[in-house]
Design a protein around this ligand. Structure first.
Ligand SMILES: *Cc1c(COP(=O)(O)O)cnc(C)c1O
Length: 470
């Protein structure tokens, strides 16, 4: 499989190249040249198969030319063997036609583990082939950092430097990062806000004194391999509910548009998807874009669903490309306009293309809390704030008739409720317990460096510990 850039100005790469590159050199994102197709027979054959096996079938066409079937199987078995539930991503019923897909049974209790556990292993495999070394640098407000650290801890030829704003991540989130004792994991608490830390990371990616010596890389959701890994659970859930004979809807708590774009890929590959619900909180740029064609950046409002507090959704560019006639030059122009004015209109083709599959809704904080409470009262399930936004959107759109009431709707449960105990307790009166797998998180020794909010200090710290590649 070949991968092309959404902005049309970069050479096509194979899967290995696209995975190691992350962002394309023309600023675009890699997408497969064409969508592989799975026939109804191939989809039907997934019924009753273990997760790793469905994963192998779904991902094989995307990795063709870079991984053999046996390599892919070994990577999937290893990545999903780290999950604490035998079903990896179990499906739970809440009501008639109302389902939850629990994506939080990985090492850090958030759905990002599903993709990152595989990505860390892919990096290791490809780096060994090329005798290359990756210096991963990132800033985190909580979830992504811990999932990335657990994905690459002790992997050969990789170092990770993760910046978090000192005193501004929760204790659980901090400990999930700082109690990892692997020698290739470097946690740095930075004075200042998350945005300050993020700005330092951006500066490092543009700093020739660093990029000339080190293979500096990111692990954010613009990496195609992450999206590919997420396509799997759409198939896995849908076949349990009767696909390919029966259509299924999905509701996705959305931030960077990565998770829900994976649902779009599943549909393009032949999975009968009735509708994909893009559920946002008050940070509603995607709801405005999909319902009114208005993609304009607003101020970020902090909420109890912080992983969705986003006002620019990087992966949306992939949808605009695929529904805009796959015209890289035109999209590059459109994105330049957006970067200059922080606003753009979707074209008619983009709007109409998206309208065929997507629906969207912005959920206010009161409705999110009500959904947590109602779910607990009617099913005994304690859900996290992000999941509550997805469930609420699904229920509203069903009541409105946007989704046929005969179609089962699966809401993606993106985080374990114990990651957000205060918000959950306020809404439900129940304080969720951390699951046994987190064990002695509060007893383990923490290890991290504290540095001032000063770029040079961070740069020198990384340069003194990273491995040069040339
Ligand atoms: C990252 C995250 C999201 C948003 O996912 P995207 O792929 O960015 O749309 C939703 N919920 C939780 C808990 C997350 O960590």
């Amino acid at each position: 499989m070949r991968y092309i850039s959404t902005r049309g100005g970069a050479p096509a790469l194979d899967f290995e190249g696209a995975t190691l590159a992350g962002l394309a050199p023309d600023g675009g994102l890699y997408v497969p040249e064409s969508w592989p197709q799975l026939s109804p027979d191939e989809i039907r054959a997934m019924r009753g198969q273990p997760y790793w096996q469905v994963a192998t079938t779904v991902m094989a066409p995307f990795v063709e030319g870079s991984l053999s079937r046996d390599e892919l199987i070994a990577l999937c078995q290893s990545a999903y063997g780290t999950f604490s539930h035998a079903a990896v991503t179990p499906l739970v019923q809440l009501g008639e036609g109302d389902w939850l897909l629990e994506l939080f049974h990985g090492p850090t209790l958030a759905f990002k583990d599903v993709a990152l556990q595989l990505l860390g292993r892919l990096f290791e495999t490809f780096l060994a082939r090329r005798s290359d070394h990756l210096t991963i640098v990132g800033a985190t407000s909580g979830d992504t950092g811990s999932a990335a650290i657990h994905a690459v801890a002790d992997r050969a030829n990789i170092d990770v430097f993760m910046l978090h704003p000192e005193g501004r991540v929760s204790e659980v989130q901090r400990r999930q990062m700082t109690t990892v004792s692997a020698a290739n994991v470097h946690n740095i608490a930075i004075g200042g806000s998350f945005d300050d830390a993020q700005a330092m990371v951006k500066r490092m990616f543009a700093d020739r004194s660093m990029t000339d010596r080190f293979h500096v890389a990111a692990v954010n959701s613009i990496n195609w391999a992450r999206l590919m890994a997420q396509v799997v659970y759409y198939f896995y859930a849908a076949v349990q509910l009767g696909a390919p004979e029966r259509k299924v809807g999905f509701s996705v708590p959305t931030g960077n548009f990565g998770d829900v774009f994976a649902g779009y890929v599943a549909a393009r590959m032949g999975l009968p998807v009735e509708r994909l619900v893009v559920a946002t909180n008050v940070n509603d740029i995607l709801h405005r874009a999909l319902s009114a064609g208005d993609y304009s950046q607003g101020q970020v409002t902090p909420t109890d669903a912080p992983s969705m507090d986003i006002q620019v959704s990087s992966n949306f560019e992939r949808l605009l490309f695929c529904e805009g006639g796959r015209d890289g030059a035109a999209l590059a122009e459109q994105m330049r306009g957006f970067e200059a004015s922080k606003a753009m209109r979707l074209t008619n083709a983009q709007r109409e293309g998206a309208a065929g599959l997507f629906a969207s809704l912005a959920v206010a904080p009161e409705a999110m809390n009500a959904a947590m409470r109602h779910t607990y009262e009617t099913s005994g399930q304690v859900i996290d704030p992000h999941t509550a936004i997805g469930l609420q959107a699904a229920r509203r759109l069903r009541e409105a008739g946007t989704i046929d009431s005969a179609v089962p709707v699966v809401t993606l449960a993106t985080a374990h409720p114990a990651k957000f105990p205060d918000a959950v307790e306020r809404a439900t009166g129940v304080r969720p317990e951390l699951p046994p797998r987190t064990g002695d998180l509060f007893e383990r020794e923490e290890r991290y460096e504290t540095l001032p909010g000063d770029y040079e200090a961070v740069r020198d710290y990384v340069a003194a510990r990273a491995t040069a590649v040339s």
